[in-house]
Design a protein around this ligand. Structure first.
Ligand SMILES: [Zn+2]
Length: 65
């Protein structure tokens, strides 16, 4: 009977909840690191709601009506 405990519990990836990889901590992989980074940037830049009105819609839609 062996009670093997993880040598070093760094934590869990905040993205996918998998064990953290020392290389990419606090994430488990570069992918998750990227994901978090993108989220961070998204919040940092405070990108407004994506409402790209199509220029063609203006006027053109009215003409149709
Ligand atoms: Zn992850």
């Amino acid at each position: 009977m062996t009670t093997e405990k993880p040598a070093e519990i760094v934590g869990r990836c905040p993205i996918c909840k998998r064990p953290t990889d020392a290389t990419y901590r606090p994430f488990c992989s570069r992918r998750c690191s990227d994901v978090d980074l993108q989220r961070w940037f998204a919040g940092s830049y405070a990108i407004p709601a994506i409402e790209v009105d199509d220029p063609d819609m203006e006027g053109g839609d009215l003409e149709i009506g």
